[in-house]
Every structure is written in C-alpha cells, then in structure tokens.
Design a protein around this ligand. Structure first.
Ligand code: ATP
Ligand code: MG
Length: 601
C-alpha cells in the first residue's frame, strides 16, 4: 500500500527498483552503452598514467639515460592520459545525465498518467502530500541512482581494481601493504552506515512531514484562522522543523567525521607504510619510480573508497524511493476500458448501441455495498429509473445517497448485485462512451485555477457556442458575461473568485456541456439561495424529457416536482413515490422531513 512502503522487504524493494530502472532506461540503452565505454576507457587511462611516469623516472631520469624522443613520448603519455581521461569523463557524464534526466521525465509522465487512472477507492486511503512527493521527488531518485550511485560506484570499483592490478604488477609486496589496510576502510564504511543511515532516513521522513503540514495548513487556512489555531500550528511546525535540523546535523557530523578526516588519515598511514617498507628494502635507486607510482596510486585508492562509502546511504534512499514509485505504478488502474480509452473523449451525446427507448436509464438490482468490511452502506437496493424522467433521492446524512451515485459513476466497483445503464451492464461500457453519457454535478463543485471557459470545457475541446449554450442552460451565462473578461476571466484557485452558488452553476454548466443522457446531481442546490434555487429548478425543468435527471437533495423543494422520489434510510429504500404520494404516508420519513423543513422556513 502506498502509505506504508516500509512494510515491503528490502529484497522486494531492490527488485522493484531494478525493474523500474530497467524500464525507465530501456529506450536509451545505447546511451548507457556509450557512457560505460567512456567510463572504462577513462579509468584505464588513469591507471596507465603513473606507469608511464614510473618508466620515465626509472629508465631515463635516474640512470641519466637521456633518450629525448622516448622521454618526450613518456612525458606526453603522463600528461595526455590525464587530459584524455578528463575529456572522456566529461563525455560520460553528459551522456549519463542526459539519459538519467530523460528517464526521470518519462517516468514522471508515466506516474502522473497512472495516477489519473487509479480507482476512486485508492484516493480514499492516499495522502495527497505523499502522492505529490511520488511524482516529484521520488522520480528524481532514479536520476540519483544512475548518476550518483550506480555510476560512481561502478567507476570507483573499476578504478580501484585497475589500480590494485597495476600495483601488483609493479611490486606485489607493496601492493599487499595497501591491501592490508582495506579492512580498516571497511570498518569506517560500516561505522558510517551505522551512524548516518538512520539520520538520513529520519530526516527524509521529517522533510515530507514538513511538506505535508505546510500543504494541510494552506488548504485549511480559513478553518485554521477561524479557530485561532495559528500558534498551535506554528508550534507543531517548529517542532518538526527542529527535529529535522537535529537529524540533518547528525548526518553532517557523520560525514564530517568519517568520510574525509578518517579516510584522509588512512591515506597518510598508507603513505607512511609504503615509504617505510620501501626504505627497509635493499633497492637500487633505479626503482624510485615505483615509489612515485605508488604515491600516485594511493591517492587514487582512497578517493574511490570515499566515494563508494558516500554513495551507500544514498543508494539505500534511492532504492526505497524508486521502489515506492514502482509500487505506485503497480497499483491496478480503475478498469481496462479507461486504460484502453486513454485520453480520448466521447463525442458529446454519443448514443449507446443498446439504448432503446423502452429500457430504463438506470436499472439497479439487489445492490449491496461496503467501503470496508465492518460497515455495509447499501443493502439490497433494487430500483428502475425511466429514461427522460426526473428522479429524486432524499435521506438523512450518511444514509448512502452519495455512495449510490458513486457506484453509478463507476468510482467504485459493484460488489453485490448489478447496475445497468441504458440496458448495458455498467462494467462493460467503454469509459469514453460512459463518461459522455453520464454527467455529474458533485456535492463539492471543484473548479480549476483557470478561466470560466476552461472550467466548463474541462479539456474536451468544445466550441464557444456549445460552452455558451451550456452556460445559458445552467443559467450561469448572466454572471459569467458580467465578469470583467467574460468567459476568459480567471476564476482563481478553486474558483475563489466566485460565490458558492456561482460555483455550483458553473459545475452544472460543465456537466451539461458534455450533453449527457443521464445527469446526476449531488446537492446541487445546497449552497444557493431560494431565488437561485428557482433558477436551477427552471434549468432542470427545461431538460425534462431529454435528459434523465437523478438529483440528491436535502432541500426537498428542489425535488418536489420530481416524477419519483426515493427515500433512503441507513442504506435501504424506506419509501418511494411522487411527492404527493409520499406526503400521504402518515408518520412517514418523507412527510416528517418535509414538515420539519416547512417549520424551519
Ligand atoms: P450526506 O447527505 O451527508 O451527503 P450521504 O447520504 O451522501 O450523506 P454517503 O456519503 O453516501 O452519505 O455515506 C454513507 C456512509 O458511508 C457513511 O456512513 C459514511 O461514513 C460512509 N462513507 C462515505 N464515503 C466513504 C469512504 N470514501 N470510505 C469509507 N466510508 C465512507
Ligand atoms: Mg452526500
């Protein structure tokens, strides 16, 4: 599950990470090949340099054997190997970074595209901040894994092995002295792991917590300020922030102690040991070049070791992050139709092949549903909604009205029983057609930070005429036209420029613009005044006969004129009938609700 990545075993995470790396890099594998080639060539040249230097010293300078052309060649070899190696490293880095960046780009698109198709049940348990961090931060981990971790490690290992081989070839006894100190290096690496890895992990968690707190506070700012909670939130934030600082400091201490100073000291010990061993031996002066070569090599042995150590905690982090991305990509999407349909749009008003005038718009049989096993929300509902009718659903808070709509909208799979739309089983309708046939005005009108026009269009590419027609039908045209730039007016994040009622009218226009055959309204009149409610009622009346309207309403005046009203009570149908019929039921639920509302007015 998304929010608990730590539960998966390390081995599984590694397998997931490798799988994802493989997938992300596959299209660019020739770049990977080139980067590897440059890397190996550079490492080879770097190992070669000191050997040429040694030959120059031992064969020419010390014995005063001044063969100028050969000496010039050797000197050139010392210099050129270094330069060419630098050039090759540049080429390698450019290739590799390009590859890594493209992988991140591709992966991010893939992850976002995947998230767009996940079933609604996924979002019930997802934490928004974490999801955002999957798409932004965790995908970056792939780049880190490539450029910083895998290649630096590979590079360091190649240089290390090459250097050891060169040392053994020059003087295997001196090489053994260098080798003997390797356990000390391993000890430092181990200590570093013990010390810094937990701090690194914790610091990361805290950083995502900081992001989460920030996002939550901004989202809930009106509630937060209204409850005078600024100081409490600031204190909570300060605590998290302070702990983050402490953990980061621990990490930096580990780095500062173990990486440079400890390993640099080893460097000095190694140099001393080699010089000492060299001095102990009966050596001809002609072998001073070996000392030069060894001193050059020792610096090169230490550096890769530092690099490898530094990459270890990074590696762990990247694997975890990459595995999280992989786990997200493994979340099954809503259904195969939506996957196959991709970004296609339904042609507005597309007719379903099986839709005949005599089949119900919606036919529900023995429908039971539970979000989780403890509590069944809908019990054995059976219901037929005729085409072109106006159908009302009422009931207490929590009686399952929105849940019923969610099931009709395929946000959740039907668990028991069946729903058919225009004669077709719900699950079998291709997504593009389904979304064209069924429109929704949700309980919380959701507006994009975009223009009024874009908010009605929702990326469907509708014509201006269609958009205006929909706005007129929803009686939203008047106030949109009165905005300073008309339909082009930016509505601000979440439509903050509009009143709640206006947002609802926009949401109605948006649903109508898709020319649906079935229109679902969840509390479309809950936020508007009685006068605007009249407007919505008129709008709905005008649609009668052409569109099947299914409206949930707390305000019974909205659905008073409905052909048929269903009263839900704890997920069961308690009463059904037209307003007048329901009012006849003495002591009935509907009658009580209605009388209560009359009193309240
Ligand atoms: P209201 O009039 O307040 O909008 P409603 O009739 O629309 O109420 P539903 O939203 O359908 O009620 O909720 C029915 C029951 O299902 C409630 O007990 C609610 O707690 C539960 N519920 C709703 N959504 C979820 C969800 N995403 N996950 C788990 N339980 C849920
Ligand atoms: Mg509801």
């Amino acid at each position: 599950m998304l929010s608990k990545p730590d539960e998966t075993s390390a081995r599984k995470q590694t397998a997931q990470a490798i799988g994802l790396l493989h997938r992300a890099a596959l299209p660019d594998r020739h770049h990977l090949g080139w980067a590897l080639l440059w890397l190996i060539a550079a490492a080879f040249l770097e190992v070669l340099g000191p050997i040429a230097g040694k030959a120059l010293i031992d064969e020419h300078l010390l014995p005063r054997h001044l063969d100028w052309p050969r000496m010039a060649t050797l000197l050139a070899a010392v210099l050129l190997t270094g330069w060419i190696a630098s050039g090759l490293r540049y080429l390698q880095l450019v290739r590799l970074s390009g590859l890594a960046m493209r992988s991140v780009q591709r992966l991010r698109e893939q992850v976002y595209g995947h998230v767009l198709r996940l079933p609604m049940a996924f979002f019930d348990r997802a934490i928004i901040g974490q999801l955002v961090s999957r798409v932004t931060n965790d995908t970056e981990a792939v780049k880190t894994l490539y450029v910083q971790v895998l290649f630096v490690m590979l590079d360091s290992t190649i240089v290390l092995v090459g250097t050891m081989i060169a040392m053994a070839w020059l003087d295997w006894r001196l090489m053994l002295i260098v080798l003997a100190l390797l356990p000390a290096v391993l000890l430092i690496v181990w200590l570093y792991q013990r010390w810094s890895a937990p701090a690194v992990t914790r610091a990361r968690q805290l950083r995502s917590e900081i992001n989460g707190q920030m996002a939550e506070s901004i989202g809930g700012m009106p509630v937060l300020q209204a409850n005078n909670a600024e100081a409490r939130f600031a204190a909570r934030f300060g605590k998290t922030n302070a702990e983050h600082y402490t953990q980061r400091l621990a990490e930096i201490r580990a780095n500062a102690w173990l990486l440079r100073p400890a390993l640099d000291m080893l460097n000095v010990i190694l140099l001393g040991a080699v010089i000492f061993a060299f001095g102990q031996r009966e050596m001809s002066a002609a072998e001073v070049g070996i000392l030069y070569a060894f001193i050059s090599y020792i610096a090169r042995v230490i550096e890769p070791l530092i690099q490898i150590t530094m990459q270890f905690s990074q590696l762990q982090q990247s694997v975890v992050a990459t595995a999280r991305v992989s786990a997200l990509l493994d979340e099954p999407v809503a259904d195969e139709h939506s996957a196959a349909a991709g970004v296609q749009h339904a042609s507005p008003g597309a007719t379903s092949p099986g839709a005949r005038a005599d089949v119900p718009a919606v036919s529900i049989r023995h429908l039971s549903f539970a979000y989780n096993t403890e509590q069944t929300v809908l019990h054995e509902l059976s219901l037929d909604i005729p085409q072109g009718g106006f159908f009302g659903i009422v009931g207490h808070t929590g009686s399952g009205k929105s849940t019923l709509l969610s099931l009709m909208l395929r946000y959740y799979p039907v668990q028991h029983g069946s729903i058919a739309i225009l004669g077709e089983a719900l699950a079998g309708i291709p997504n593009a057609r389904f979304r064209g046939e069924v429109g929704l005005v949700p309980q919380d009108p959701f507006l994009l930070a975009a223009s009024a026009r874009e908010n009605i269009d929702m990326g469907r590419g509708l014509s201006d005429a269609d958009i205006e027609a929909a706005a007129r039908a929803a009686h939203a045209h008047g106030f949109i036209a009165a905005l300073e730039h008309g339909y082009a007016t930016e509505l601000g994040e979440g439509g903050s420029r509009l009143s709640s009622g206006q947002k609802q009218l926009i949401a109605i226009a948006r649903a109508l613009a898709g020319k649906p055959r079935i229109l679902l309204l969840d509390e479309a009149t809950s936020r508007i005044d009685s006068q605007t409610e009249q407007v919505v009622q008129t709008a709905l009346d005008e649609l009668r006969g052409r569109v099947t309207i299914i409206a949930i309403a707390h305000r019974l005046s909205t659905i008073r004129d409905a052909d048929r009203i269903v009263v839900l009570n704890h997920g069961r149908i308690a009463e059904a009938g037209a307003h007048d019929q329901l009012m006849q039921i003495e002591g009935g639920l509907y009658q009580r609700l209605y009388l209560l509302q009359q009193l309240a007015v």
